[in-house]
Structure formats: structure tokens, C-alpha cells
Design a protein around this ligand. Structure first.
Ligand SMILES: O=C([O-])CC(=O)C(=O)O
Ligand SMILES: [Mg+2]
Length: 229
């Protein structure tokens, strides 16, 4: 059943951040068909290594919460910092609804949360909204909760942790589409996210075409090696 839109919970995640950045142009035609390539994040990680980009994260730090899923899409970033006021005095600082309102279908939410995994910034209600908005996946350097609801919705989520404890009143959403730190790497809005069971990579749009060319070569090479066995 769809959650009620009437009560105060309908407002969770609607807070407006102080800073909203601009999404760059990204030629998404380049990533057509990537999702069907076996071992995708590993190949992308190798290519990023070759090109000198340190923007790949191991699944050890950001495990997929829905095994077997592969997501490729443009990053809409969300940045949280610790609330400055004590929980009793703080408002709901979650901003995922505001972020989804400016996202396009197929985008991936990339969230700098508490960086530890103790406080949730994304749960069942947020997941319902994400599915309605056509969000392709969610990456959280922090925690998510309501895993049963997220799984029932089949929304692919990668997160550092899972918790029952909400980040509402503990974290403040300060920016949408601003650079964020995710498991030690810098992610910018418009980076192409490639996430599967091995890890999460972020491809800067300025090298997307070159990554696409190298991915084709690498995929052909691996297919030939497998055929010749
Ligand atoms: O408070 C949170 O972490 C968000 C939450 O539970 C939800 O979206 O259902
Ligand atoms: Mg919830």
C-alpha cells in the first residue's frame, strides 16, 4: 500500500538545502548497453586506473543491499553534515525529496551521509518516492533503514551501513548537486555511476567517451579470451 501523504511523515525529506548546484551536460547515449556487460564495475575501475582517476570504491565499503543488481546512471548528489543543534532543537534535516524533485528518471542519488553507517538518511518512505520518480539506484556513504521495504520495492541501494536509527534531527542536508565525499572519493554531480556487486565507480563526464571506447575494446578482448579456452 502507498504510504499516506497526509501526515507529518509525508514531509520527511522536504527540507531545502542552502546550496543547489548545476548539473552538467552528460551524453548518456554513450552508456547505452553498459548494464548488460559482465564484470562491469571491475572493467570501469581498470579503465579509471589507466586514465588516472581515483574514483572507484570497493563493495567492501559500499556493499549492494540487493545482490545481483547493476546500475548505470547520472549522479544527483546530496550532502549531509552533522546538525549543529541538539536533537530536541533541530528540525528534520533530510532533503531526499527535494533532491528527487530536480532529478530526471534514470538518475542515481549519491549521498554523503554520516560516513560511518550509524544514522539513516534513506528508508522505506524515501524508497517509495524514489520509485515514483524513476530513480535508478541509491548510493549512501552512511546508513539506510527499512531494508524490508526497500527490498520489496526492488530499489537497488548501496550503503556503508544499515541501522534502525534515523538521521532526522542528527544530520542536516546542506547541498544538492554539489561535490560530495563518498568512501574517500570525490563525486561531482553528473558523474556517471556504475554500481554492481563488486563496487561503485564514478566516471567523470569529461572522460565518458574515452571510457566507452576502452570499455568496448576490453569487453571484446575478454570475450575472445573466454572463447579461446
Ligand atoms: O528517517 C529516515 O531515515 C527515513 C525513513 O525512515 C524513511 O524514508 O522511511
Ligand atoms: Mg521509514
Amino acid at each position: 500500500m502507498a504510504p499516506s501523504e497526509g501526515g507529518s511523515r509525508a514531509k520527511i525529506g522536504t527540507r531545502e538545502p542552502r546550496e543547489v548546484g548545476v548539473m552538467p551536460e552528460v551524453d548518456l547515449a554513450i552508456v547505452d548497453g553498459w548494464q548488460r556487460i559482465p564484470g562491469l564495475s571491475s572493467s570501469i575501475s581498470d579503465i579509471l586506473d589507466e586514465l588516472g582517476y581515483a574514483t572507484a570504491v570497493a563493495a567492501t565499503h559500499l556493499p549492494g543491499r540487493l545482490p545481483g543488481r547493476c546500475v548505470v546512471g547520472r549522479a544527483v548528489t546530496v550532502r549531509y553534515l552533522p546538525e549543529r543543534r541538539s536533537r530536541e532543537h533541530a528540525e528534520d534535516g533530510l532533503i531526499h525529496k527535494s533532491a528527487m524533485a530536480i532529478a530526471a528518471r534514470g538518475d542515481v542519488l549519491v549521498v554523503e551521509g554520516d560516513g560511518v553507517g550509524l544514522w539513516s538518511v534513506f528508508g522505506g518512505l524515501a524508497a517509495h518516492r524514489a520509485v515514483e520518480c524513476g530513480i535508478a539506484g541509491v548510493i549512501v556513504d552512511g546508513a539506510v533503514r527499512d531494508l524490508d521495504q526497500i527490498s520489496a520495492l526492488q530499489l537497488p541501494v548501496w550503503s556503508r551501513g544499515v541501522t534502525s536509527v534515523t538521521g532526522r534531527g542528527r544530520l542536516e542536508g546542506v547541498g544538492i548537486n554539489v561535490p560530495v565525499r563518498v568512501a574517500g572519493v570525490q563525486v561531482r554531480p553528473g558523474d556517471v555511476v556504475v554500481a554492481d556487486d563488486s563496487g561503485v565507480c564514478f566516471v567523470p563526464p569529461e572522460v565518458l567517451a574515452e571510457v566507452g571506447r576502452r570499455l568496448r575494446d576490453l569487453t571484446d578482448e575478454e570475450a575472445k579470451i573466454l572463447q579461446s579456452r
